[in-house]
Design a protein around this ligand. Sequence first.
Ligand SMILES: [Zn+2]
Length: 326
Amino acid sequence: MLSFQGRVVLAILTSIPIYNMAIYKWPQSLIKEGDAIIRNFIWTGDPTKRKGITLRWEKLCKPIKEGGLGIKSLKEVNNVMLCKLNWIFMRREEPWSQMIYAKFHTKSGDRIKYHKSSSVWPGIKFAEPITKPFIGWIIGNGKKINFWRDTWATSIPPRERIDLPNHLWKLCTTKVSDFINPDGWNFPTDISLVLLAMGINIFSITCNPNSEDIQIWKPDIHGDFSVKNAFVSTRDRIDTSWWWKYTWLQCLHPGLSGFAWKLMNQILPTDDLIQRKKIQLVSICNHCGLTAESTNHLFFECNVGKVLWSWAISTFNIAAVAENDS
Ligand SMILES: [Zn+2]
């Protein structure tokens, strides 16, 4: 049977985006089932068998530097693939996106409030709040940009800063081009003051009246969307773990890396952890017989452990590292 490390490599290989996920939002139940199969396989080698002591799936799916294994969950893959669909949709260059836009928006650019059936729209709609803060514009003549509803000035569209009833928003159809003349910005002073009150200094934004507007993916240096960049930009980050570079040293046997990774994530099945899972057992350290077995005792407090550490440190001429050293 494959080792833990082997199964992890296989799981990483299987998180290749599935074509179907690029278009449809998968139901929660299906994603959960798929992720459970991958998770069980990693821990037990059997997709149908759960293991008692594991790391939370969300933590496991974090990058190596954040203490995870760099696996991509089906949920993340689906989300980011839908971000790509939303990005293409927002550009409104393809006939399908123009058609879907017209079907689900009013003339002023607001989303319709009643139901219309579509297999594709739920995915586009779902990804919108994820992608919106990352979409920006290189403003050309302003003709493609909805003044109120697009993120052309800040990551929040001006519409979301003002509380107006929907029937009045219907009247707000201004395009950014309405404030651009051949020489550049053409804002009446009072409007630019109102924008300033919203935190938008219009004169810090450039426009090029002679060119087309270009939609950009802000996190990318060239403004291009890529699934890889969207993965990095849209995910929740946690602090970098101080120990990752020690557990994944190239010179370590993969089995040892996996062991060290489990140790640092405190999921080695020592007696104290098993007891915390409400499984009753009598615990005694097999080495010194003086106290109960715990990860901390085995590796740092036990006299036998201490002797082994000092032997290893002097024999291999290595230095011990602790969290504060990094
Ligand atoms: Zn001991």
